[in-house]
Design a protein around this ligand. Structure first.
Ligand code: TRP
Length: 401
């Protein structure tokens, strides 16, 4: 069987045991051909491809076919008209949501002893035309979800003028992520652009947003960073909704990463350093190709400190190919006693290509700490609807499906 031989070809992280065999329960059929509908030769659509990928990932995350279909339909609805776009046309916008401009990215978030949580990040206003229209379409998509799943958008409404002004600047206006649960409505996260009113006002914008939502001292608790990337809010049925600020850190080293957490109590520096080394690989002394990122989550206003910290390592820029990226992911999961089988099964759920033929299927590895909860390891998985990035060192031409 093809996928088994793909795994056999993996080169495990040198300091780690071989990658465990694929657990039988996670075996999945190989996906349909990505760009044509089987037999007919008719180009497939962005929606059909990504909803198919999502349905297969739902199976891996412990959901049944009915739920998987429902989540697939949710993805199509959230994408809007761009879902019907044939895959033989180029991406509708050069969104930086993913490297090949697919406006969809998946992630599997692991905790010990449980099925991973499946999430999907998407740009609902993708293809609406201008950033202003895209922002409005994104907002409309979130409001539609709020009606359907009966949650309040009050926090988002409070911030509309800050992040969705009449003529927003910057490369995106609104992204949203859905955490897809077995037996319940998805939990929703909305990502907004700190530079929407101008890059020079990003600090003021984020400060004001935190202030309006009651976190008056929060901004001063953030560590020094290169750039404010995202401001995010949780909407819907969360135990503890978070406000999150995402920062970029250029030339990040393991030592510097260890010093970026502002939780108290929080993970020790040694733990963060160890994650950095496993995810970035021992050759990458510093993240000088694509920056590392951190996320600081605020859930209460008493301590003036974040209660959550996540470090993201853009593993794809520090490996030869996805076989190496997967081995890094497995090494991290292994350190936390988490079962890598769902991640191994996710590969053939997403793509028919071999892991050594490209890089970027695993885009980021993240380690999240949230007070009162066990640590989570997350792998961000690309759809590759439009292109596969060749392995490092391979000829530059992109292999387009
Ligand atoms: N693609 C963008 C990037 O690489 C944004 C992004 C998508 C991202 N998924 C992410 C950033 C996960 C951090 C973690 O920066």
């Amino acid at each position: 069987m093809d996928h088994i031989s793909t795994y056999a070809a993996l080169r495990p992280h040198p300091s780690h045991p071989p990658i465990p065999a694929l657990a039988g329960g996670y075996l999945h059929a190989r996906p349909e051909s990505p760009s044509t509908t089987e037999d007919t030769g008719v180009p497939g659509t962005l929606g059909a491809l990504t909803a198919g990928q999502l349905r297969r990932l739902c199976g891996i995350a412990g959901m049944g076919p009915g739920e998987a279909d429902a989540h697939g339909r949710t993805l199509l609805q959230a994408l809007g008209p761009v879902a019907d776009r044939p895959l033989d046309l180029p991406p509708v916008t050069p969104t930086f949501l993913s490297d090949d401009h697919t406006p969809v990215e998946f992630s599997l978030s692991f905790t010990p002893g449980a099925a991973p949580a499946l999430r999907v990040l998407l740009e609902p206003g993708c293809g609406a035309g201008s950033p202003a229209r895209s922002g409005r379409a994104g907002l409309a998509a979130v409001r539609e979800m709020a009606r359907r799943w009966n949650f309040s958008t009050a926090a988002l409404d409070e911030l509309e003028d800050l992040f969705l002004p009449p003529a927003p600047e910057g490369p995106f206006a609104l992204w949203c992520a859905l955490e897809l649960r077995p037996g319940g409505a998805p939990k929703v996260k909305v990502y907004l652009n700190p530079a929407a009113r101008g890059a020079d006002r990003a600090t003021a914008t984020v400060r004001e947003a935190l202030h309006r939502l009651g976190h008056r001292q929060a901004f001063d608790a953030l560590p020094p960073a290169g750039r404010l990337l995202f401001f995010a809010i949780d909407l819907g049925d969360w135990d503890e909704p978070r406000l999150k600020v995402y920062l970029a850190h250029h030339d990040l080293t393991a030592g510097a990463a260890g010093g970026l957490c502002r939780m108290d109590p929080g993970p020790g520096e040694a733990e963060i350093r160890a994650f950095f080394d496993l995810a970035a690989g021992t050759d990458a002394v510093r993240l000088d190709r694509r920056p590392g990122q951190t996320c600081h989550a605020f859930t209460e206003t008493v301590t003036r400190r974040p209660s959550g910290f996540t470090l993201y390592v853009p593993v794809r820029d520090y490996v030869r190919d996805d076989a190496e990226a997967l081995a890094r992911a497995v090494a991290v999961l292994d350190r936390y006693g988490m079962d890598p089988a769902p991640l191994l099964a996710a590969v053939p759920a997403l793509t028919g290509r071999s892991l050594t033929d490209g890089t970027g299927l695993i885009a980021y590895l993240g380690l999240a700490h949230q007070q009162g909860r066990p640590p989570r390891v997350t792998a961000y998985l690309s759809s590759e609807a439009y292109a596969v990035r060749p392995p490092a060192g391979a000829p530059a031409a992109e292999a387009v499906h």
